[in-house]
Write a new protein. Sequence first.
Lengths: 323, 320
Amino acid sequence: MALYTLRRLLNAIPILIGITIISFAIIHMAPGSPLSQFTEDPTIKQVDKDNMIKAYGLDKPLYVQYWDWVSGLVRGDLGVSLLKNQPVADLILERLPNTLLLTVTSFLLSLLIAIPLGILCAVRAHSRLDQIVSGFTFVGISIPGFWLGLMLIILFAVKLGWLPSGGLQTVNADFSLIDRIKHLTLPVLTMAAGEVAIWIRYVRSSMLEVINQDYMRTAKAKGLPGNSILFRHGFRNALIPLATLFGLALPGFFAGAAILEQVYSIPGMGRLFIEGAFQRDYPVLFAIVTVGAFLTVLGSILADVAYAALDPRVNLSKQEVRG
Amino acid sequence: MPEAILEVKSLRTVFKDKHKELTVVDGIDFEIGPNEVVALVGESGCGKSMTSLSIMQLLPRSAEIAEGEVRYRGRNLVGMKNKEMAKLRGRHISMIFQEPMTSLNPVLTIGMQLTESIIRHLGVSKVEADTRADEWLKRVGFPEPARIRREFPHRLSGGMRQRVMLAMAMSCRPDLLIADEPTTALDVTIQAQVLDLIRELLKESDMSVLFITHDLGVVAEMATRVIVMYAGQIVETTDVRSLFQKPMHPYTKGLLNSTPRMKGDIEKLIPIAGSVPPAGMYPPGCRFADRCPLAEAVCRAEAPQLREVVPGHRVRCHLA
């Protein structure tokens, strides 16, 4: 298992290099540059612009720029934001906890609801309950997050005034847990709504595959209590395909909530990325894309390792190693 | 006769959907006494397995018991609360199934699957349960039980898995074992091994067995009494000796004629023409009439009743 994991990690290196090259090229191909904002500004002289271009290294050939950036990356230097004049690493570290707070909380909340409900729907497949829950899941999947977010703001923040409409804490107030929870309630609910719907579908269908298996009948014939049959014998098997999906959810923790961070004015990674994209803040964009790519690859490796750990039939020593 | 372990009284099991009901077990009565091995015989689709699942209250969701009683030591299991039933299952009534390859949980170790019911039913510690599991694994022919306990099912062959299933079923020393075609999916040599094992276990305990099979060879080896089913009904029931020597129902005779035997001259195997009519399509008279070489007008007109022709020998046939 350890050897397999190591091999998968080594295999990931060329993939990551490929991703950085492609994203580097694509971002540079996009029209405009970090200095576009100054082109129409009569107060800035051409000499100053040329100096800035030189200072940022934007006059060098693309491969040299890439090389400079990669060698910085290897040393752990993500560069300096062109607009904010701050190290990119600092910017990310400042924003990442906010994003994780939002994404991980809503992910855990949605699993907490989706796993029991999905199992229940599978156990009572095609019953009235299953039909009602299925109806809600389709609604949940169809409703766009930004729309739901705005509706919740109108209802709970504007009309009822129960909850704040945005931000992570009351301005100029000291940190308090209750204040933080109040601020998180709406964004977490908005985000979890869609996720719950999707995970209920996944858990239900995965559990349905399992529930009519012969070993479930054996477990019942042994006189085990219902919970033990459902969880130890049933869900334990249903987890195997779900593990893959959990792994794929990982990069979403990092970048996932871009739109909702905008709607709820949460200073997180998503907003940082959107700001960076609009202003062509190359170092910020590259850093986020790279971390995102890294997490995607890591997520798929984790998914495969979890898959192998959950299913004793998977024999890693004989399995072909895939990227 | 001592008190029966299991009494099945006018059991009727149906498959049900919104529109219709299909009777697959149609008014079955039988008893199993202490230490008795009763074989339930018939072709595929005659309702054998549905009978056994009805007894265990393990019917699929689409099926239900429409009428009748299943009494275990006098207690009616039909309509019993699931919690109560769970206390009987695996403890007093155990079951082994036809498909050893899929009947064990692929992600749990053999030891886990063996000990969980021991711990549950006998209330012993994990360590004690492991010891007992080892004893049973040894009993079913694993010389290194501690190693087998740590294995996952996919590492065992079909015969090994069925032996594990048997150890699991026996581990709480039940009164009644329901064996639903336990050897059908196995190679012939492995079949003999598993049958020998069941017989040995029977000798040592006073367990009763309901042995479901379509193999008359297995019946001759294992059973004390035989119930022959056809199209959801019992057509003949008697002790194993008279069944082989003086079968009375034409269907039983047909079954015997289509089974190869070692004794005597080289016999022709005579298959029974046609196949079991599907549930819901039964003819109005005798359900076997269309395939019966002896059928007369009365057979097609009137459904025969199960009647005692000779003491202890009941037959559902106008002509017997």
